[in-house]
Design a binder for this molecule. Structure first.
Ligand code: ADP
Ligand code: MG
Length: 779
């Protein structure tokens, strides 16, 4: 049995660190997979608990030069918020160091380079390089040392990594700047004996490289933070405080006593931390405030803005019995809700978890980038050494050789490479979430763009899933009420939309129903059970066969008992409505005609997909006649009807075997296995728990047009990743030869290490910026 663990990792600077950590963990026995994420600073390891322990992984990672600890499994909202605060603090600290470093850098540049400008800048006499060379050098040494102290992270992280044989980008900066710094110190020491040594000082290079890389890192962290805005935004929606009703036990009585809801406002509640609220607690929600947790309205009427979940800005009306979701905005009225989900079970927590998961499951394309990055740094060090040696044997001065060496090291940092994919996925999934489209993994994004077949479940997907009981045909001299009473008694145990229709109708007619003694849910057939000593079953024709009830089916005949019901049944089906039978003590005693309205957006959605050349297929457990009628309404050509839930996977597999990339869309009720079998499973109706747990993609809004949006978002995200990878690599490939001095023999052009540092920092900022551009995508 393999297990999964999340580790938090500190000290990773770039893509080569990602590769180093993965390599370190994979050295252990029994590691199934290890995926490290640079943006989240985390690793997801799947391992065999018999062969290895988490402590071993942590030890390996520490050995490679990073700090690791196990992430607690149930990070609560509070922990996440604390984490966010910590990040913000870190960013502030980073900014402070940066400002100090930049100030000293400007001074240093002024001092060391000012005299080179055509118009000489005034420099105080005591640091004049000609009259006071030693002081001139020592002042520079002092300022550079301060800058390096503020930039000590490069050495603290980079040098141990180098020693451990996993050099990363910090190692490159560290070697590069340390050589410049040490060389200059040697030159400084020689000044008393050798007056010309002052011409060979190189402090400003070390200092400016550190300063520029820090500047780039700062911009990078800032924009990296923005890429996760969508997650942090959603998290911050749920308020920290809730108004809890004081005497929870007596609420029911009080409400029954018809208290005015304004009287509730008069002060019968206290404010407590949302964390402390329990399931079943009753909360008071004022208009204009956010709902703290998921629950059911038990009193009051209001409209609630759910746009943060669905992207749909029209508020939704709520009345007693309706569900409300934590984080949504109560707009017009006072309501009381009974809490149904807390902590990790709330919709918001689940959404956040899905979005975090998206980061931990890498797209294959990004795995490739990590592999490249893993080889990059050692290769760069070798190139830098080679270039230096070649120039040395060409008779260049040590100063020249050192400059080449440093420049190659600095410009070749693969940090842009490491950012290319995670930033794009972060922003892409964020844009999705803002539009009510949750994408569970980076991998899905990549598969989704190749989808050429969309298979749609009928009930609850193409249709609203809120069917109404149209009529009851009573057979065997039973009354409608009696049939409804028995049917509803069983169906209250089922979540199927058809079941809800029957229960709803019983409620509407004021029929009280029973608790069944026995109950069995038979997906694809219906339900069965008993009340007292009456055996009851509700379901379709297949269920009749299962019960061996004699049914004679001919051309125009459907004879049950001694009655031909062919006309009735086909009449129902041709209207696109569904019929189910009720069997009482093995006798078919009635037929329910149930109609489910086709979503008004379904037709348009199907047209859009067909226009893009995607094959659209309807897959349903309902009867062929009903399915055909609805398919005709919607313009779907291919219908697979009468399929048992377990056979839905089979249908999908066949399509895949014929070379199709299949996307299955369902509501998660009876079709979860098919969602898993498909290349991409899209669950619709994200309001329900079932849908949030099923599907690689979850649509929060019940609008099939979002399928096309999800597909186009995936294309845009993958395109951004490719652009990013291209720029990151192209730029390195171009920069390295120039830095190595390839242009020098021909044109005398040599890259200054400071320009290299600038270009290097700039490239990561560009990559992150390009990813952020995705935010403007209109879906
Ligand atoms: P779909 O593919 O349209 O979503 P399902 O596979 O969920 O359909 O169900 C297929 C058929 O099984 C339904 O059309 C209905 O005839 C029968 N059925 C399933 N569950 C129930 C139930 N709870 N009560 C009555 N009939 C049911
Ligand atoms: Mg269904």
């Amino acid at each position: 049995m393999s297990q999964k663990v999340e580790l938090k990792i500190e000290g990773m600077a770039c893509a080569s660190c990602v590769a180093a950590v993965e390599k370190a963990v994979k050295k252990l026995d029994g590691i199934v997979s290890c995926e490290v994420n640079l943006i989240m600073n985390s690793a997801t390891v799947v391992y065999d608990a018999k062969k290895t322990r988490v402590a071993d992984m942590i030890e390996q990672i520490e050995k490679a030069g990073y700090h690791a600890e196990e992430k607690k499994n149930d990070t609560s909202q509070m922990d996440r918020k604390a984490e966010m605060k910590k990040q913000e603090e870190a960013l502030k600290e980073q900014r402070f160091s940066l400002i100090v470093v930049l100030c000293f850098s400007v001074l240093l540049l002024y001092l060391s380079m000012g005299h080179m400008l055509p118009f000489s800048l005034p420099v105080p006499a005591f640091v004049n390089m000609h009259t006071n060379p030693i002081i001139f050098a020592l002042v520079q040494l002092f300022m550079t040392t301060i800058i390096l102290i503020f930039g000590r992270k490069f050495y603290i992280v980079g040098i141990p990594a180098l020693v451990h044989g996993n050099p990363n980008m910090d190692s490159l900066v560290a070697i590069g700047t340390a050589s410049a710094y040490l060389y200059s110190i040697v030159m400084t020491a020689r000044i008393p004996n050798d007056g010309d040594a002052v011409m060979n000082l190189y402090y400003e290079s070390a200092a400016i490289i550190v300063a520029l890389v820090m500047l780039g890192k700062y911009f990078e962290s800032r924009s990296k933070k923005r890429t996760s805005d969508a997650i942090t935004g959603i998290m911050s929606l749920a308020p920290d405080m809730a108004l809890i009703y004081k005497e929870v036990k007596s609420v029911e009585e009080q409400l029954d006593a018809d208290t005015d809801i304004d009287a509730v406002e008069a002060g019968n509640y206290t404010e407590i931390m949302t964390e402390k609220v329990k399931v079943e607690d009753i909360l008071f929600i004022k208009p204009g405030s956010r709902i703290p947790l998921d629950g059911v309205v038990i009193r009051g009427y209001s409209s609630v803005d759910e746009s943060m979940l669905t992207g749909e800005s029209v508020p939704v009306d709520k009345e007693p019995g309706n569900r409300v979701t934590g984080g949504t905005m109560n707009q017009s009225g006072y309501i009381l809700i009974r809490v149904t989900n807390i902590g990790e079970d709330t919709t918001i927590s689940k959404i956040v978890r899905i979005m975090e998961e998206a980061q931990s499951k890498k797209a294959p394309i990004s795995r490739l980038a990590d592999v490249i990055a893993g080889y990059f740094v050692p290769v760069v060090i070798i190139i830098a050494l080679l270039a230096a040696i070649i120039w040395w044997f060409n008779g260049q001065s040590f100063f020249f050789v050192l400059q080449i060496f440093v420049t190659v090291l600095v410009i070749a940092c693969p940090c842009a490479l490491g950012l290319a994919t995670p930033t794009a996925i972060m922003v892409g999934t964020g844009v999705g979430a803002a539009n009510g489209i949750l994408i569970r993994s980076g991998e899905v994004l990549e598969i989704m763009k190749n989808v050429d077949t969309v298979v749609l479940d009928k009930t609850g997907t193409l249709t609203e899933g809120k069917p109404k009981l149209v009529s009851i045909l009573a057979l065997e001299q039973k009354s409608e009420e009696y049939l409804l009473k028995l049917a509803a008694s069983l169906e209250q145990g089922s979540e199927h939309p058809l079941a809800l229709a029957i229960v709803e109708e019983a409620k509407a007619r004021g029929i009280k129903y029973y608790e069944p003694e026995k109950f069995e849910n038979m997906p694809g057939y219906g339900v069965a059970g008993s009340i007292g000593d009456i055996a009851i079953a509700v379901g379709n024709l297949r269920l009749l066969e299962k019960y061996k009830i004699p049914v004679k089916m001919e051309e125009d005949e459907l004879i049950i008992g001694d009655r031909n019901i062919a006309d009735i049944v086909s009449g129902v089906a041709k209207r696109g409505e569904t019929y189910v039978f009720i069997i009482i003590d093995e006798i078919v005693s009635g037929i329910f005609d149930i109609a489910d309205v086709v979503r008004d957006t379904s037709k348009e959605a199907i047209r859009q997909m067909q226009q893009k050349g995607i094959d659209v297929v309807m897959l349903t457990g309902d009867s062929k006649l009903t399915a055909d009628a609805i398919a005709k309404q919607l313009g779907i050509d291919e219908v697979v009807a009468g399929v048992l839930p377990e056979n839905k996977t089979e249908v999908i597999r066949k399509k895949q075997e014929s070379g199709r990339k299949v996307c299955m869309v369902g509501d998660g009720i009876n079709d979860a296995p098919a969602l898993i079998q498909a290349d991409v499973g899209i669950a619709i109706g994200g309001g329900s728990d079932i849908a949030l747990d099923a599907g690689d993609v979850v649509l929060m809004k019940d609008d099939l047009r979002d399928i096309m949006k999800a597909l186009s978002l995936s294309r845009a995200t993958i395109r951004t990743i490719k652009q990013n990878l291209f720029w990151a690599l192209f730029y390195n490939c171009l920069g390295i030869p120039i830095a190595a001095g390839i242009l020098y023999p021909m044109s005398g052009v040599l890259l200054s290490p400071m320009i290299a540092a600038f270009a290097m920092s700039f490239s990561s900022v560009c990559v992150v910026g390009n990813a952020l551009r995705l935010r403007n995508k209109k879906l």
